[in-house]
Write a protein that binds this ligand. Structure first.
Ligand SMILES: [Cu+2]
Length: 122
């Protein structure tokens, strides 16, 4: 291999290493602010929330979609730090519900006591 091409390879390696170092810095404090908010969907199907538990980050939203042919609600439990209560007719969806703060937020359906779920924000 001619000497010049070895040098080129080394140079490419250094550029790559710098990019990785910058990437490492970007993952430090402040990175969360630049992360774009996610929107997660929970389905209401067969009288269950699917998935039963979702994990999101502060600032993300959850939308519930009713795939059943009966009414459901997504209703925060009494002890939940964030409160919401939305009726969802068959085939309908909720607006995105924003979760700005970290925590564990249990919820249920008002019509089906066994229909429960949890939004975990961390
Ligand atoms: Cu229900």
């Amino acid at each position: 291999m001619p000497r010049s091409s070895v040098r080129t390879s080394l140079r490419a390696f250094c550029v790559l290493a710098s990019a990785l170092a910058l990437g490492g810095l970007a993952a430090g404090p402040g990175a969360a602010a630049s992360r774009s908010a996610a929107e997660v969907t929970v389905f209401m199907m067969n009288d269950q929330f699917v998935p039963k538990q979702v994990q999101i980050h502060p600032g993300d939203s959850v939308t519930w979609v009713n795939e059943d042919n009966v009414d459901h609600t997504t209703t925060s439990d009494a002890q939940s730090a964030q409160q919401w209560d939305v009726l969802v007719h068959p085939g309908q969806r909720t607006p995105p519900i924003l979760f700005p703060n970290a925590g564990s937020f249990p919820y249920h359906c008002n019509f089906h006591p066994l229909m429960t779920g949890t939004v975990i924000v961390q």
